[in-house]
Design a protein around this ligand. Sequence first.
Ligand code: NAP
Length: 253
Amino acid sequence: MFERFRLDGQVAVVTGAGRGIGRGIALALAEAGADVALAGRTVAQLEETAHTVEALGRRALVVPTDVTVSEQVERLADRAASELGHLDILVNNAGILVDQEAQAIRDDDWLRVIDTNLNSVMRCARAAARYMIPQQRGSIVNIASIFAYTPAPRFSSYVAAKGGMISFTRALALEWARYKVRVNAIAPGYVHTELNEWALSNPQIRDGLIRATPLRRLGTPEDIGLAVVYLASPAADYMTGEIVVLDGGYVIR
Ligand code: NAP
């Protein structure tokens, strides 16, 4: 039965795979047996993840990609499918955060956050569907955030994008179930990465968040990677349109 948690022979695309949570996801998928196409803008970081994927015995393909550019996203899916053989798993992980009070939001900042965190999910899913729908098989995992449930002040553009991502996950799941393409999301709690370094490197903020988390620790990229492996795997064959809140109990406190 536990063979169904394995991903041997599958090909995954992970956006934002060069560091932080995306790197943890790529390594977890590789450990579970998948070959991985690594997307992002910072090539040196993607190459570092690629070396680690290869050290785990899997193939890695570095595809420099800006997820806000449709042509680059189409090319990402094409290269993953042609150079790794097919495309079975897509993890939409790339994201940015802008710290701004709502009354001071500038159009370009708002649009950049929505484009990177939400429109990119549509672009990547649309590109992957060109392979997943004909083969009648695929699993898409979107990395949302608990901010969609418990917003923090000054991040309304990010909260709006992640909320939109959750609704879009459910809409796609419904639309693509007939093609056996499953679409789920994970809403992580606090994980110390470059995204929130400015806050979590402050011991007072960090300790406060740990105290507010019933399981009394921050999340790790490995925690998120393990959940992605489950959602991507045949073990989750009956799950679609689901949002897994993975936060040590933060939102239920
Ligand atoms: P991170 O370390 O800053 O990583 C963000 C990743 O996204 C980087 O690899 C970055 O690569 C990539 N990216 C950003 N803009 C991109 C673009 N236009 N095109 C392609 N790639 C792009 O942050 P993280 O914490 O690991 O975040 C990963 C995801 O988890 C995000 O969606 C975030 O919202 C979500 N999340 C994080 C937390 C947390 O506490 N850390 C909690 C909940 C959800 P390049 O800059 O090289 O392109």
